[in-house]
Design a protein around this ligand. Structure first.
Ligand SMILES: Nc1nc2c(c(=O)[nH]1)N=C([C@H](O)[C@H](O)COP(=O)(O)OP(=O)(O)OP(=O)(O)O)CN2
Length: 150
């Protein structure tokens, strides 16, 4: 048996899907919820898998860069123009479309790295070696989400 926790962070995020045959190739926005699921077979001294606050400390700054930003494929013909106009509010996706699947994978890889760093450098909320990141789910709309994980 295993315990799981999930921390969700909500973002106002724009993107465009350069390869999409329909309307998704135009800039549009979503209120995204990013869910990060962690698991452990045991609880810590505070009877937790991992403090929700530890997840926010690990991932809050990284995820905030997506808030009120536009995610763009670097191969989009207008990529350079978007960067010229909006600078750091353009989040580049290296030769791939910023689909929910791709965003989930990018966030999963950053969260796994952040978890390792938090284990090595314990702060206010220690992270035990047995805690694992299971998956990241990115909600695109109230009826659509994508996940990446084990
Ligand atoms: N597998 C994926 N399919 C689509 C993605 C994606 O990231 N992964 N993204 C889009 C568009 O960005 C679109 O904005 C969202 O699509 P959809 O869920 O179809 O949105 P609607 O609000 O139009 O949904 P309806 O249920 O049709 O109203 C497209 N596909």
């Amino acid at each position: 048996m295993v315990y799981r926790i999930c921390k969700s962070i909500e973002l106002e995020n724009g993107h465009l899907l350069s390869k999409h045959p329909g309307n998704c190739k135009f800039p549009h926005g979503h209120t995204r919820s990013v869910e990060m699921v962690f698991r452990a077979e045991t609880l810590d001294a505070n009877d937790m898998v991992l403090d929700f606050k530890a997840v926010k400390q690990m991932m809050g700054d990284f995820l905030q860069q997506f808030d009120h930003s536009l995610c763009v494929n670097t191969e989009d013909p207008n990529y350079a123009a978007f960067v010229a106009a909006y600078g750091e509010r353009i989040i580049p996706f290296d030769r791939e479309d910023p689909t929910s699947e791709v965003m989930a994978r990018v966030i999963f890889n950053v969260a796994r790295h952040a978890l390792e760093k938090a284990r090595e450098n314990p702060g206010e909320y220690p992270v035990r070696a047995c805690v694992e990141l299971e998956r990241v789910r990115v909600w695109e709309t109230s009826s659509s989400w994508a996940e990446y994980g084990e």
